[in-house]
Design a protein around this ligand. Structure first.
Ligand SMILES: Nc1nc2c(c(=O)[nH]1)N[C@H]1C(S)=C(S)[C@@H](COP(=O)(O)OP(=O)(O)OC[C@H]3O[C@@H](n4cnc5c(=O)[nH]c(N)nc54)[C@H](O)[C@@H]3O)O[C@H]1N2
Ligand SMILES: Nc1nc2c(c(=O)[nH]1)N[C@H]1C(S)=C(S)[C@@H](COP(=O)(O)OP(=O)(O)OC[C@H]3O[C@@H](n4cnc5c(=O)[nH]c(N)nc54)[C@H](O)[C@@H]3O)O[C@H]1N2
Ligand SMILES: [Mo]
Length: 858
């Protein structure tokens, strides 16, 4: 195996030979290499013996949680990936686009074959049963150990801790494999949250959006070309939805659509697609919508200036005005009177909104008019504006405005979430794998910690379990499976404290990530490239089937093996969780894969399987007839449903409902879209943190714009005068890829500051700055830009924390060092409501992180 790594290194270290090998294959990705200051200075002689050997192109996994759903192919010789390419399975066209990868996917061999992979099980030098010197977690040395010793330590600590404190003292933060085994072993404390969707997570199903609506709240991409105006509200597909979304939007632009982007940043999306950019303060979107709604209510005149779709409102919604209230509701509690200020004497005018959101009142009004007067509008939002504290009424307001303007349920007209892999492409899934057949195992422990409170619960021994229900909890072990929670959940400062408090911490993963750094024991896991295979789903039109590129590297083991070995040592019947192996699971998913019939009338089997396929795979199964052969699916590695304008596979969200709401009711008490929704208010109340009204009234955001002032009326700024947001960044998929040097070089991870804020602080691009919040401090090199609204700071999401313990300062720009344990509403992760100060750093200046020492242990 060591030899294999050496071979890979010889190739990956040699920039010139890399360029020679890949000049045609990675035209897009190669941009990364044209920048100066490459960290790859060590040039080894190329190992020519591999280049002369015949290899094979394999569809490999691009398995990270980014917005892209792209084809990634690797040219493999002797288990070494010599180059990568992307979709060339068919020629590209707007209707039937190739699924092209980004520079992260194309750098993936740099990740899988990296010198900083965790190669062996290892323990902290000063660890002892019970924790040893726990305060050294995060700064200790590592000692290589055998798998046998590692597994014995894990299981003896688990047994000891659960014997002393009970099963709910074991926190498992992720990994379905270990979760199943631990469930069989008496259970564990789980955690929950809204990481991605913010307040779109649990609330919208209450007021009438379909469960899993994120797939089905907007029309499909071909219909998008029928929209005349596309509003992207807090969505940046050019950065956070790789692959086809921006290309699909581009087709709508070619067809004549105008794009308006509403975002604190003049994003690459605004630059690429935008006709107009409206800069808005973070977490103030709800106020702006109220201002727009007020404008329409004031100016609407049904016969001379129709701006509001009263027909849609009256037939399909409840709660907008006093005459259309749900049963039992107080008729005064309607949205219209709230907006007009009938009972609270505060009309929510454009001027009222402007004070909060920072957009000129005339611009608020003109946008409202334009949306109302344009016939076919796509009103889209990403999740980012909802990843804010105490904005549980924002999704309902967004949908209420869509209903007011009637942009729902017709061609070219839609209102909803456009984000991640469904960006600009809604509708039911057209091709899907079958189930793996693994049984579900129920966790007998009920306790579950909300992400916002998770670390605090460990430190303080209490957590919120509902309205006026605070429960005791005594977590003493943390098992980190498939996740990066110490890095990616709020309140990392408290998180580090929690990790130094408990008796045992173990991590399973690929690199010395933040989770691993603060553990006692680290277990090396295989990447998807070293496993049997799997599927990439999400984009409704494609199913990617990837297979193994190389055997497990070093001493890495897959999560099933690790969980099973732990289970055996705990005396669990592991066959209850894993009755058969990975190959059979994969086969079951292939045999059960379904694709939509061409006439749209239902699903049919995707894959033809013969008796000899079954024999060759060595699995249990029956031959079947499908659309493509198993061999073809494996060779291509993708099935993409052919699409063309006018086919039967399109989708118009809420079309049936709009036509006949009585025959196609929504899943609400009234069967309609509930602009007055008691169930939503009850949900928030029941969680026990905050309260909202049944109508989408404005709630002050915790750590939002208002909180940047110590005196709001007098407009006197406080200690944290700036709002920070955390764009999902091209260098990484969350925390993944942060250590890949090509990507570090291409995307240096600065903090973006507006020129105005920089000038006021005497800062210029290249200066090292200190960013301070109520909860922590971090350093970054400043990038001063005209592309940011003054008052807003943008720190890219996901950099691996690098604490200077003495100074109490992180050097890497880790976003969650700045966020705090603030739980509101739906238990929302409110990343984009966080306030900070930025100042010049007087200590040692930072160097670009591509020059930093890699975390190579052995
Ligand atoms: N401040 C701030 N924080 C945020 C966000 C934000 O906008 N701002 N965004 C949030 C969002 S939207 C999300 S979805 C979360 C993401 O939060 P996470 O899911 O915690 O983040 P990832 O970085 O994707 O972490 C995945 C980890 O799993 C590991 N891994 C990958 N494959 C395997 C495997 O096969 N086995 C094992 N054992 N491990 C594996 C990877 O190496 C990586 O460390 O972050 C959230 N955090
Ligand atoms: N490159 C990359 N792509 C990713 C990911 C990644 O880590 N890296 N992660 C993936 C995952 S899991 C998720 S959940 C998605 C997240 O996808 P998004 O939520 O769309 O991503 P963000 O970059 O956080 O935000 C999108 C835009 O919203 C703006 N914004 C932030 N706050 C506000 C606000 O309060 N109001 C308004 N109007 N605009 C605001 C930001 O400036 C940004 O331009 O991205 C996915 N795609
Ligand atoms: Mo996410």
């Amino acid at each position: 195996m060591a030899n294999l790594i050496e071979k890979a290194k010889n190739y990956t270290m040699n920039r010139r030979s890399f360029l020679g090998l890949t000049a045609t294959a990675v035209a897009g990705g190669a941009a990364a290499l044209t920048l100066p200051g490459c960290g790859l200075t060590k040039v080894a002689a190329p190992n020519n013996s591999l280049t002369t050997k015949e290899g094979k192109w394999v569809t490999v996994a691009c398995w990270h949680n980014c917005g892209g759903r792209c084809l990634n192919k690797a040219y493999v010789v002797d288990g070494v990936v010599l180059r990568q390419k992307t979709d060339d399975t068919h020629s590209d066209s707007p209707d039937y686009p190739q699924q092209r990868g980004c520079l992260r996917g194309r750098s993936q061999r740099k990740q899988v074959f990296a010198v900083d992979r965790i190669k062996y099980p290892m323990k902290r030098k000063n660890w002892a049963p019970g924790g040893g010197r726990k305060e050294l977690r995060g700064q200790d040395e590592w000692v290589r150990i055998s798998w046998d010793e590692a597994l014995s330590i894990v299981t003896s600590e688990m047994k000891r801790i659960r014997g002393k404190y009970g099963n709910n003292s074991l926190l498992v933060t992720g990994g379905p494999e270990i979760s199943s085994i631990m469930s069989l072993a008496g259970g564990f404390t789980n955690h929950w949250g809204t990481t991605s969707w913010g307040t779109w997570r649990y609330g919208p199903a209450k007021f009438g959006m379909e469960e899993g609506f994120f797939e089905t709240s907007i029309n499909d991409r071909l219909d998008l070309r029928n929209s005349q105006l596309i509003v992207l509200w807090g969505a940046n597909p050019a950065w956070s939805a790789m692959g086809s979304p921006t290309y699909n939007y581009w087709q709508a632009k070619n067809a004549g659509a105008k794009f308006i982007i509403v975002d604190p940043i003049y994003t690459d999306t605004a630059e690429t697609l935008g006709d107009e950019w409206i800069p808005i303060r973070p977490a103030t979107d709800h106020a702006m919508f109220l201002g727009m709604a007020h404008t329409l209510l004031k100016e609407d005149a049904p016969s001379t200036n129709p701006l509001i779709d009263w027909d849609f409102l009256h037939r399909c919604t409840v709660g907008f005005d006093a005459d259309h209230m749900p049963q039992g509701a107080d008729s005064k509690e309607n949205l219209k009177d709230y907006i007009l200020g009938t009972y609270d004497s505060i009309p929510k005018t454009a001027e009222w909104a402007s004070e909060i959101c920072g957009v000129d009142p005339e611009r608020i009004k003109s946008l409202a008019r334009e949306i109302a007067q344009t016939k076919r509008v796509a009103l889209f939002t990403g999740w980012a504006p909802a990843r804010t504290h105490n904005t549980d009424s924002w999704p309902q307001m967004f949908m209420a405005f869509g209903a007011m303007t009637g942009h729902m349920g017709e061609s070219g007209r839609m209102t909803g979430v456009s984000c991640h892999y469904n960006s600009g492409n809604g509708g039911p899934v057209l091709v899907t794998p079958g189930p793996s057949g693994l049984p579900a195992v129920k966790n007998p422990v009920q306790d579950t910690l909300n992400d916002a409170e998770m670390w605090e619960a460990i430190v303080k021994g209490k957590f919120t379990a509902g309205y006026q229900k605070v429960k005791d909890i005594n977590i003493q072990m943390i098992y980190h499976g498939y996740n990066a929670v110490l890095q990616t959940r709020e309140a990392m400062t408290t998180g580090i404290e929690a990790h130094r408090k408990v008796e045992f911490v173990v991590s399973v993963g690929h690199f010395l990530t933040t989770n691993a750094t603060y553990s006692d024991l680290v277990l090396p896991a295989t990447t998807e490239w070293e496993k049997e295979g799997g599927f990439l789903t999400g984009n409704r039109e494609i199913l990617i089937f990837y297979t193994k590129a190389t055997e497990p590297l070093h001493e890495a083991k897959d999560d099933v093996w690790i969980a099973t070995e732990i289970g055996k040592r705990l005396g669990v019947d592991t066959a209850k969780a894993f009755p058969f192996g990975l190959k059979q699971q994969l086969f079951n998913q292939l045999a059960g894969a379904k694709v939509m019939k061409e006439d749209g009338s239902g699903m049919e089997p995707l894959v033809s399987i013969t008796a000899s396929d079954i024999a060759a795979w060595g699995v249990q199964g029956k031959p079947q007839q499908g659309r493509i052969t198993l061999q073809e699916f494996q060779d291509k590695g993708i099935y993409q449903v052919p699409r063309q304008v006018g086919d039967k596979l399109g989708s118009i969200a809420y079309e049936d409902f709009r036509k006949d709401p009585a025959a196609h009711p929504l899943k609400t008490a009234s069967g309609k879209l509930e602009i007055h929704c008691q169930a939503l208010a009850d949900l928030i109340h029941g969680n026990g943190w905050t309260e909202i009204k049944p109508i989408p009234s404005y709630n002050k955001v915790t750590e939002g714009y208002e909180d940047t002032f110590k005196d709001w009326q007098g407009k006197v700024k406080g200690d944290y005068p700036l709002q920070v947001i955390f764009p999902h960044y091209l260098r990484r998929s969350h925390s993944i890829f942060d250590n890949v040097r090509w990507l570090r070089e291409a995307w240096p991870n600065p903090v973006y500051l507006s020129s105005k804020d920089a000038q006021e602080r005497g800062l210029k691009s290249g200066d090292t700055v200190l960013i301070t919040s109520r909860y922590g401090k971090t350093l970054r090199i400043a990038q001063v830009s005209e592309r940011l609204l003054p008052g807003v700071v943008a720190l890219p999401h996901g950099a691996w924390v690098e604490m200077d313990e003495k100074a109490g300062v992180d050097k890497a720009g880790a976003d969650n060092i700045l966020t705090g344990p603030v739980a509101t509403g739906q238990g929302t992760s409110g990343w984009n409501s966080c306030i900070v100060q930025v100042e010049k750093w007087t200590g040692t200046a930072l160097t670009a992180d591509v020059t930093w020492k890699q975390r190579i242990i052995f």
